[in-house]
Design a protein around this ligand. Structure first.
Ligand code: MN
Length: 255
């Protein structure tokens, strides 16, 4: 079977030293690339563009979309003024990824969101964010590569079956979290202090998003389960499947 191509949205930053100092650069952490490849996909970095027609053409090349981590989403996207503890925003990246997500949704591409990716998905579908976690939880432990806190899955969620255990320990790099959940989505998991750590949507095309970073987590089994589930979805092509049913050649072969 042909390996699915996974588009990974790129981050934007400014080079801070050397001959190209001051120039903007686009980049992704290699850990995303490694995990997509390990789970059976072909990773493809998606540079930031602005024209919708170009973004549509980019997405036509891929079978699934991975929205990567990074800056805070501009709060103007959910009609809130900037909080004093709002982090760095990257408006060109927000504008790009909002269009990328909208078009991927139109094209029914499965979507995996990680950290900022989860926040972007929630905002794009009408939800809001705590601009800094202190607004929700003073005790949320962050910035530990080793497990920072427990994540407890909602038993009833079909996405919880992705994981072999009901509780996993995860890293935690985020300083924002979901305030109002976007409609159509369900909470898949929360940390002990109630912070939403994973969401999913089973109606429509497959969307799953996590607040932690499975690609650098010290629990490779959980990371593998997530990336494999995503790659599996990207391998399924609904159009091809329905076409198969009506393919007269196949009928002929069978009789
Ligand atoms: Mn967390």
């Amino acid at each position: 079977m042909k390996k699915p191509i996974i588009g990974i949205s790129s981050n934007i930053g400014t080079i801070d030293r050397g001959p190209f100092q001051g120039l903007e650069r686009l980049f992704i952490n290699k850990a995303y690339v490694d995990w997509v490849a390990k789970a059976g996909g072909i990773p493809l970095m998606l540079p930031i563009l602005s024209a919708a027609s170009d973004i549509r053409a980019q997405l036509e090349l891929v079978d699934g979309l991975l929205l990567s981590g990074g800056q805070d989403v501009d709060p103007s996207y959910y009609n809130e003024p900037n909080h004093p503890l709002l982090g760095t925003v990257a408006r060109s990246r927000d504008d790009y990824e909002m269009l990328l997500l909208k078009i991927a949704e139109e094209q029914k591409k499965p979507i995996l969101g990680i950290c900022r990716g989860l926040q972007l998905i929630n905002v794009a579908f009408g939800g809001t964010l705590y601009q800094d976690l202190t607004e929700q939880s003073e005790s949320h432990k962050n910035n530990h590569l080793e497990g920072s806190h427990l994540v407890i899955f909602e038993e009833a969620s079909p996405f919880a079956s992705l994981f072999s255990r009901e509780v996993v320990t995860t890293n935690s790099f985020h300083h924002q979290a979901i305030k109002k959940l976007a409609s159509g989505f369900e909470v898949v998991a929360r940390s002990e202090d109630g912070v939403i750590e994973a969401i999913g949507r089973s109606g429509g095309n497959w969307i799953f998003a996590l607040q932690w970073h499975p690609e650098v987590d010290n629990n490779p089994l959980a990371a593998e389960a997530i990336f494999r589930a995503f790659i599996e979805r990207a391998q399924v092509k609904p159009a091809r499947f329905s076409h198969k049913k009506q393919n007269p050649f196949l009928k002929l072969k069978r009789s």
